[in-house]
Design a protein around this ligand. Structure first.
Ligand SMILES: [Zn+2]
Length: 274
């Protein structure tokens, strides 16, 4: 069998080029993810394109584009393309290299840098880099051991960092030690946080903080405080999580309120209600 690009169907992260997939997915066997009772399952990009997988592209706001796999593959994140005069950043990475989305990306000015918020969002970052002419893939040094497909395009970085001029990345920790957010000014200059899953927007319009979203393992109080302090290093009014959840205004105030609510509950301040 020829060597190929294997993608884990559960987390969507690409693996080292090999004739056969690995016996297990290192990302999924960690407590923040899961292995299905049926065991690991693998796909190649060729399989996915053949089976009709594609990326649905949406302009989320002027200058910010979302790329969501349809049908869902892996975690199903909405990758974000933040555009600007200093170059475009692809933040969190699709598992599927969709030829149509690739052409659209090129039409939007291409991609100057690729960066994931954390290892669950690596997707097919090396395959995307190759498709885009070898653009750098910036990986937080603290989390580099989770990279499954090594490549010369991968560059490790430490906090703080500008993957492209005008977009600032910083590591807030929590879910992973190198958990990364990116701050983009937005077309209107209001300030937009690309938050990955350092927090997650919930149905009541607030956010929560977890170590594991699929397994609902909570974040510690120290982790929450660090995340909020990391967010507050940047001026921002809007926020996007990694599944296109958004706070459309007053995002910093909502995050602070949500953190206080979370900390009150986890510290037992409302134990008279349980
Ligand atoms: Zn996996």
């Amino acid at each position: 069998m020829t060597a190929t690009e294997w993608i884990c169907r559960t987390c969507g992260v690409e693996q080292a080029i090999a004739a056969e997939p690995p016996p297990a997915c290192a990302i999924c066997t960690d407590e923040r993810q899961y292995v299905l009772p049926s065991g690991p399952a693998w796909a190649t990009s060729v399989d996915l394109v053949r089976d009709g997988y594609r990326l649905e592209v949406t302009e989320l706001e002027p200058g910010l584009w979302g790329f969501r796999p349809e049908p869902k593959i892996g975690i199903g994140q909405t990758a974000l393309l933040a555009t600007g005069t200093g170059g475009n950043l692809l933040f969190d990475v699709p598992s599927l290299v969709d030829p149509t989305a690739l052409e659209l990306l090129r039409g939007l000015g291409g991609v100057a840098a690729i960066m994931a918020s954390h290892p669950h969002m690596y997707g097919s970052q090396v395959a995307w880099s190759h498709a885009l002419g070898g653009v750098p893939v910036y990986v937080a040094a603290k989390d580099a051991r989770w990279v499954q497909r090594a490549d010369p395009a991968i560059v490790t970085w430490d906090d703080p960092f500008e993957p492209v001029p005008g977009i600032r990345a910083s590591q807030v920790g929590g879910h992973f030690p190198g958990q990364t957010i990116a701050h983009w000014t937005g077309a209107d200059g209001a300030g937009v946080l690309l938050a990955g899953d350092a927090c997650a927007v919930r149905p009541d319009g607030n956010v929560t903080f977890l170590r594991s979203y699929p397994n609902a393992i909570p974040m510690s109080p120290l982790g929450v405080r660090r995340i909020v302090a990391g967010f507050d290093r940047h001026p921002y009014r809007r926020l996007y999580d990694n599944v296109a959840g958004r706070l459309s205004d007053d995002a910093a105030a909502i995050v602070r309120f949500s953190a206080e609510r979370y900390l009150a509950w986890i510290s037992g301040a409302h134990d008279d209600l349980i």
